[in-house]
Design a protein. Structure first.
Length: 335
């Protein structure tokens, strides 16, 4: 198969005028020049379209596609349909890539010939690095089964995101792998689970890190009305995937990771922008505590953080009243 460029960078955009130029310039400034930048305007109502048009008039490597708003998963799927590169990379419209990011990932792909290259990430806030996740320890993991690698990455916080990876377009197309579109959270997870299931080799690149910017209004800071349902769906999907794997620590790793996710599913209903009144919130907490999957997940002891240990105790007590009191106190102090 012939390719028009080495890497297609797909960026879904919805009302990102504040940060879009910063993102585009970091991609156009890559040391690997044989790229195409596919900007998917997901029904933006701000000035994003004008920014697209300006940069597209300046650089022929840019392709702009306008669609009706249907979420980032659908936008990335549209980008995949138009991609002409041998490899695929996804960038969020408020994030940035270091100048040698694509070149380094591409070199690893060409040298080791894996199906996927994974790197770390930096969390940036107000132009300052405040946290970093690395893949240094994974370089010696080449002989591990793919599903074990996935759970290890899950525990590290690097499995679900699509932006810290370089994918083979041929594998995506051959197996018809697509992002989920039903929810606006977890669409990356569905894509990556499917991609890992169809991969035979994964390589790790510790030399570069994706730059994830925590901006005001970022999804991580917002209430999501269906967060609990999404986490249940993803946990069930992964649990079925590892059920046939005779490895106890894999299952424990998965459960401990989802204790973290479900702890923040509880906190989700106490975020400042949650519209629920106190009665409805308490009903929701009561329903969550009684859920069989929640009880299954929090049955395993957890020594990772005081927050998770406390939420586990309250889940095991099945007391919505005590959980509500604790989360109200947590909100006053931290939210």
């Amino acid at each position: 198969m012939e390719y028009r460029c080495i890497v297609s960078v797909i960026v879904p955009v919805y009302n990102a005028e504040k940060y879009l130029s910063r993102c585009i310039e970091s991609i156009l400034g890559q040391t690997l020049s044989s790229i195409e930048l596919i900007l998917i305007n997901d029904g933006s109502t701000d000035q994003s379209a004008g920014i697209f048009n300006y940069y597209a008039s300046q650089d022929e490597r840019i392709k702009v596609i306008h669609i009706e708003n249907n979420g980032p998963g659908n936008a990335r799927n549209v980008g995949l349909e138009h991609a002409k590169g041998k490899y695929i990379q996804f960038t969020d419209s408020d994030d940035t890539l270091p100048p040698n990011f694509l070149e380094v990932l591409h070199n690893r792909m060409e040298t080791e010939n894996p199906d996927l290259v994974v790197c770390g990430s930096k969390l940036v806030k107000n132009n300052r690095e405040i946290d970093k996740l690395t893949v240094c320890e994974f370089e010696s993991y080449h002989d591990k089964p793919i599903i074990e690698l996935f759970v290890n990455l899950l525990e590290k916080g690097l499995a679900y995101s699509s932006w810290n990876k370089l994918y083979r377009k041929e594998l995506i197309r051959n197996h018809k792998i697509r992002f989920g579109t039903e929810f606006h959270l977890g669409e990356d997870a569905i894509f990556n689970i499917s991609y890992f299931r169809n991969s035979t080799k994964v390589s790790f690149e510790p030399g570069v890190s994706y730059e994830y910017h925590q901006n005001e209004g970022s999804l991580v800071n917002r209430y999501l009305h269906n967060k609990f349902e999404i986490q249940k769906l993803l946990y069930g999907f992964l649990r079925s995937l590892i059920n046939g794997v005779p490895c106890t620590h894999l299952k424990e790793g998965l459960i401990l990771y989802y204790q973290y996710e479900f702890a923040f599913a509880f906190i989700n209903y106490y975020l400042p922008d949650c519209p629920m009144n106190s009665i409805d919130r308490k009903k929701m907490i009561s329903m969550m505590i009684k859920d069989e999957i929640v009880q299954e997940i929090f049955a395993l002891p957890n020594h990772r953080s005081n927050l998770q240990k406390m939420i586990r105790r309250l889940v095991r007590l099945k007391s919505a009243t005590f959980m509500d009191l604790f989360l109200r106190a947590y909100r006053r102090r931290y939210l």
